[in-house]
Ligand binder design. Sequence first.
Ligand SMILES: [Fe+2]
Ligand SMILES: [Fe+2]
Length: 205
Amino acid sequence: MSPAVPDLSAIHAFLLCPTPDAWVQAALAEPEMLLVDHANCEKKAAGTALNLMFRYLDDFELLNKMSRLAREELRHFEQVLAIMEKRGIDYPHVSASRYAAGLRQQVRGAEPARLVDTLICGAIIEARSCERFARIAPHLDDELQKFYLSLLKSEARHFRDYLALAEKAAGEDIRARVQALLEVEKGLVVGVDADFRFHSGVPQT
Ligand SMILES: [Fe+2]
Ligand SMILES: [Fe+2]
């Protein structure tokens, strides 16, 4: 039996647009790339959390949450890797989609804005990943469907943790900044991308 789908209404309300159907079609057409780039995403998610742990030492809540998050992302990475190995899927180097870089470009340089923006971007990326796992799961085979649904709970928690840490780091209302970054994210999701990736936009036709 597949795990129950957790309530994702907060994530759907947060993001400004759903993943376009064309992305789902592209993902189904490139099942190997879906797993390869998914593996990369988990690895990068762990790396982002570790970077924050090296840069910011004064917030023990942040250190604890990022440490746990990094471990969970590495566990997810191992799970993707196991599925790839079982299915005989190679793990080539592939270019990153413009999604994360496009968001990161928006991060302001001076502190505490740099930390706040990095955490908001983390929340957005986690929310989108969660939305995509839920979106594509019903179209996948049993093993992948089960796996992707099992990820929803932790990715939804990562979204909430990042957002709460951003609010705390800002010490002020961050709604306007979140909205501005969500607008950028929407542009990346509905924009056209030449190559299919886990976070790519609409495929070029
Ligand atoms: Fe993950
Ligand atoms: Fe995550």
